[in-house]
Design a protein around this ligand. Structure first.
Ligand SMILES: [Zn+2]
Ligand SMILES: [Zn+2]
Length: 608
């Protein structure tokens, strides 16, 4: 299907590549809806079209827009939704703004944005009309996939077609879930499926139009829009219900979910218990105090924690600090660690996945990332134990709240304590930020974490943000595991992928390092890492796009990614001798996976 086109009516065509491109023809002239890559040129040639009068964009995402530089003729009008204009025309502002690089709690606009600005000639808002040939086009605001995406209603030869952006992929399906991460309150970070209501409203608006076809940006041409839309809204409501039923968020914001209280399939929130007297809790930090008054510290997100530790020392409650354990990479857990280590030099330990990120944060662009660089003295592997005074410590990879997360079992004084980082509260699991890579699947992600808790049977579980301890009954663990397997089936129906994690885990493809400093004349390495969530090997192909002023290009490369592994395709790039200094250069990477073209789906940053 890709690279081909479908004829809908005498003057209306859809070209299929990494996205669907609408082509409205009038003689040898055309108007396009969305653009994708440059492959639409082939279809235009086949149709005898010699000039593109205008390209109308549904939204600003790079996979949808990137080909425009090669496709536009002299004089082609670039027409975009009014409220997204800056994400076409001023993208340099986005890329140079450190708030879009570090401490990431907001995901709108998304970084799937053009590497270089394009000049916009016209903007459209709700209700605008465009006439072209025999076609009448009406603009409708349909936010949901992005904050200001629009749909185009096209009437031509008595056929009524809606180009609906990425609101829907096919009957009951959507392209991804992470674009719906949106804050109902506070930042986007806590808003899993937060945009579901806006999405549903936009879809209902389109349903009311009674069009013959919906043409999504990504997906299949939909010939029964009403049932396709109803099924999708139903699926998403069910997904949200399953999510909320065991969400840790209910503990932090109990009043926010009144409608869901005592709902069938929702786990009752368990009450907490007192922590043992040898523990202290400040901010996100737990401290274990040994009988000999030495201290073992977990995380340090703020200097207030350091002041509290100094007070304890002043009171004679603790002598020295001998170890620091880092639960995960989030900024509220690591921001103050460099200052902490200056004050209290001690051994640092973390799970090897956590260490990867905190030793080299520039290499990652993931939620709540801190620029603090932390040297980890001991990287722990699964089940590794060590003695600390009267306690036995055992480390685990604990892919709960994030994939880059460790769990620590502490045994001593006849107790069995488990420090779960931020992964659980008494209400359930912390998976409210889809960017954190919460994989579904038996014995992966939270399923792995819950099974481990079920085996270890700790007397007390701790969360870095919760003052009291808690535990789970076997029944509750079973209930959460059942919920997760139900979700796996549900999400599988929701996405056009053979495994739901492709639609859930935004970072299944990423550039490594995400950002690196480069010098002119130097040869640098850039890897594109794919996580193959499928049960069979998958072929991946990718090609980085270097700045045109560098007068060099890179050939595309392919590799087979074994099932259930993460593996990379490496490129060596020679930085030109005359490369401008002090620039942040965005290198978009075009790719395809299992034969499906994805366009410029990811990017890396070079800092000269
Ligand atoms: Zn999109
Ligand atoms: Zn966290």
């Amino acid at each position: 299907m890709f690279g081909h086109f479908t004829q809908i009516s005498d003057h209306l065509f859809v070209h299929h590549s990494c996205v669907n491109v609408g082509i409205i023809r009038s003689g040898s002239l055309a108007m396009l809806i969305d653009c994708g890559d440059e492959s639409v040129r082939t279809t235009l040639n086949k149709l005898g079209i010699t000039k593109i009068v205008a390209v109308l964009f549904t939204h600003h995402h790079r996979d949808n827009v990137a080909g425009i530089a090669d496709v536009a003729d002299v004089g082609t009008e670039i027409c975009v939704p009014e409220s997204e204009r800056k994400y076409f025309e001023n993208v340099e502002d986005f890329w140079s703004d450190p708030t879009h690089r570090w401490h990431l709690y907001n995901y709108h606009p998304h970084n799937l944005m053009l590497a270089k600005s394009v000049k916009v000639t016209k903007t459209y808002k709700d209700g605008d009309h465009i006439l072209f040939g025999d076609a009448k086009i009406t603009v409708k605001d349909t936010p949901g996939h992005t904050d200001a995406s629009v749909s185009y209603l096209v009437e031509s030869n008595n056929v009524h077609v809606i180009f609906s952006g990425d609101l829907i992929y096919d009957e009951g399906q959507i392209w991804d879930l992470y674009s719906l991460q949106k804050g109902d309150w506070g930042t986007d970070y806590h808003g899993f499926l937060g945009d579901r209501k806006r999405l549903a409203n936009s879809l209902r608006l389109l349903k009311d139009e009674n069009s013959s076809f919906l043409v999504p940006t990504h997906g299949n041409i939909i010939s029964e829009p009403a049932s396709a839309i109803d099924t999708l809204i139903g699926h998403i409501d069910l997904c949200y219900d399953r999510y909320l039923g065991i969400s840790a968020l209910r503990h932090y914001a109990p009043d926010f979910f009144p409608y869901y209280k005592n709902k069938n399939g929702h786990m009752p929130i368990r009450s907490g218990k007192n922590p043992p007297s040898f523990l202290r809790h400040f901010g996100t930090t737990w401290i274990i105090i040994s009988e000999n008054r030495q201290a073992f510290v977990m995380d340090c997100g703020s200097v207030q924690v350091i002041q509290e530790i100094e007070k304890l020392q002043g009171l004679g409650e603790i002598s020295e600090i001998t170890e620091l354990w880092v639960t995960h990479y989030h900024d509220d857990h690591v921001d103050a660690i460099p200052v902490f280590l200056n004050k209290f030099p001690c051994n640092t330990r973390a799970d090897s996945r956590v260490a990867q990120v905190i030793e080299n944060p520039e290499a990652y662009r993931i939620p709540c990332i801190s620029p603090a660089v932390i040297k980890v003295d001991y990287q722990t592997e699964e089940g590794e134990s060590w003695e600390w005074n009267e306690f036995k410590m055992t480390a685990f990879h604990f892919p709960g709240q994030t994939y880059y997360h460790g769990g620590l079992l502490v045994e001593g004084q006849n107790l069995k304590l488990f420090f779960s980082g931020d992964s659980f509260t008494m209400a359930g699991i912390d998976d409210y930020c889809s960017g954190n890579r919460n994989w579904l699947g038996n014995n992966t992600g939270f399923s792995r974490c819950l099974r481990l808790i079920g085996e270890l049977k700790p007397s007390h579980i701790f969360n870095c943000h919760v003052d009291c301890a808690f535990d789970f009954t076997d029944q509750q663990i079973e209930m959460m595991l059942t919920n997760l397997s139900e979700r796996e089936l549900l999400y599988k129906k929701l996405f056009p992928w053979d495994h739901p994690n492709y639609g859930m885990d935004e970072h299944w493809v990423s550039c490594y390092p995400y950002e690196q400093k480069v010098s002119s004349g130097e040869r640098v390495k850039l890897e594109v890492k794919f996580t193959n969530h499928s049960h069979e090997p998958r072929t991946a192909t990718c090609q980085p796009y270097l700045p045109k002023s560098w007068h060099m290009s890179i050939d595309s490369q392919s590799a087979e990614i074994p099932p259930k592994t993460t593996s990379g395709i490496g490129f060596f790039i020679d930085i030109p001798k005359n490369a401008q200094k002090n620039k942040r250069i965005v290198i978009p990477v075009d790719m395809s996976y299992n034969g499906r073209p994805l366009g410029q789906f990811r990017e890396a940053i070079f800092v000269t």
